[in-house]
Design a protein around this ligand. Structure first.
Ligand code: PMP
Length: 400
């Protein structure tokens, strides 16, 4: 027997999983002396601890038998109804509660949608760049990614040609304050995108975790409402991670009923249902309009943090560098001169105790990754550290 043979065999799917070199480099960001712009964590200052404590207490006092029992796979009915009604704010006016499936975070939704739509080799359209966590989820099902180019205004609808879209199982789109670029689609692009998808019969997965965190500019209608008007199939993902807290692991999928029915089968096989106690406590927290007073606090906080970073970048980054100015959300995307590789810059930044995520892993598909890019997250870092960290990055870029 081979001395190195293992007494077990992983599936081919699992064997293909690799841990990324960047993840390895970023392990050092756990050291307290590192100023990390790498994380994608919401600010704990925005967690509504008191309101949630009271809500969990009330649920356990008033309705413990339901909260602690198994529940329906579709989710807690009052919460589904709340979500359906709340979508009016995004311009989707007649969503039925039966079109809402409660999930354990939108990351679970991405995994379930991978299971639902992707066979090995299926064409999947993604923005270039796109959310890394979605690429990780979809990749387990071995799609053939085709990237749709983006510019300063986000994904370019005209780039979704019939040839590019032919046979695609879906397009994965992030219209608000995209992760990683922070970019937002304007109304014209939103309309053009849903019309093209209706015409080409490509379902849209609209992932919108940050839409409620707008601190500048005017809210734009969501792809769900626009798409339904245009005759496109839109599957919308939402989450309570950024408006309440990510530790709740609570999100939802909105989709036409036949899609929900299949997703219910998939979710049943995955985890039966999302925790009833969590669903009931979140419903108890938000049912009487709590978010209308809570969200402005979070938006102000993020706006302030974003301002610190943009201000420091204006001061310390050379003119050869450009970056996005987000109207909401948590990320700024930086484009360096073409000869500077973001991963190489990270290695040097780590030596100076500063971290960020290089742009390369956010690109999938045939389009070449723009290696001269990086993502900065500003929400959890204190003002003085933002200023120090950006000054150091500015120096390193100038030295490159
Ligand atoms: N989609 C996007 C674009 C995200 O940025 C995140 C969180 N980083 C998620 C989905 C997953 O969020 P959750 O599972 O916490 O709802």
């Amino acid at each position: 027997m081979d001395a190195y043979a293992l007494p077990y065999t992983f599936s081919q799917r699992a064997q293909k999983l690799t841990s990324s070199t960047i993840r390895e480099i970023l392990k050092v960001t756990e050291r307290p002396e590192v100023i990390s712009f790498a994380g994608g964590l919401p600010s704990p200052k925005g967690f509504p601890v008191q309101a949630m404590t009271a809500a969990f207490d009330r649920v356990l006092a008033q309705n413990p038998q339901t909260a602690l029992q198994y529940g329906p796979t579709e989710g807690y009915a009052p919460l589904r109804a709340w979500v359906a009604n709340d979508l009016k704010r995004t311009g989707a006016h007649n969503v039925k509660p039966e079109e809402v499936l409660i999930v354990s975070g939108s990351q679970q939704a991405l995994d379930m949608l991978g299971k639902l739509f992707i066979d090995p080799g299926s064409k999947v359209l993604v923005e270039a760049p796109s959310y890394l966590g979605a690429l990780q989820s979809f990749s387990l099902f071995e799609p053939a990614y085709v990237s749709v180019p983006t510019d300063d205004g986000g994904v370019i609808p005209d780039a979704l040609t019939a040839e590019r879209a032919a046979g695609a199982r879906f397009i994965y789109a992030l219209p608000n304050f995209q992760n990683p670029t922070g970019l937002t689609l304007d109304l014209a692009r939103r309309k053009a995108l849903v019309e093209r998808c209706a015409q080409l019969q490509v379902p849209i997965i609209e992932d919108d975790p940050y839409g409620e965190l707008r601190y500048a500019g005017e809210p734009q209608p969501g792809l769900l409402g626009l798409g339904r008007e245009a005759g496109a199939t839109v599957i919308r993902l939402g989450t309570f991670s950024k408006v309440l807290a990510p530790g709740l692991r609570l999100g939802y999928i909105v989709a036409p009923r036949p899609i929900i029915a299949k997703l219910v089968q998939i979710k049943q096989a995955t985890d039966l249902h999302t925790a009833m106690l969590t669903q009931m406590a979140v419903y108890e927290t938000i049912k009487d309009g709590f978010l209308a007073t809570h969200l402005p606090v979070v938006r102000d906080l993020y706006k302030e943090q974003c301002g610190y970073m943009l201000d420091a970048m204006d001061k310390h980054f050379p003119e050869t560098v450009s970056w996005t100015r987000p109207q909401g959300g948590m990320f700024i995307w930086v484009t360096l001169p073409v000869h500077i590789d973001g991963t190489a810059l990270l290695a040097r930044a780590i030596e100076r105790n500063v971290a960020f995520v290089p742009g390369e892993p956010f690109f999938a598909g045939e389009q070449q990754a723009q290696k001269n890019t990086l993502r900065l997250s500003f929400v959890t870092v204190a003002e003085d550290k933002i200023r120090t960290g950006i000054e150091i990055l500015g120096q390193l870029i100038k030295e490159s």
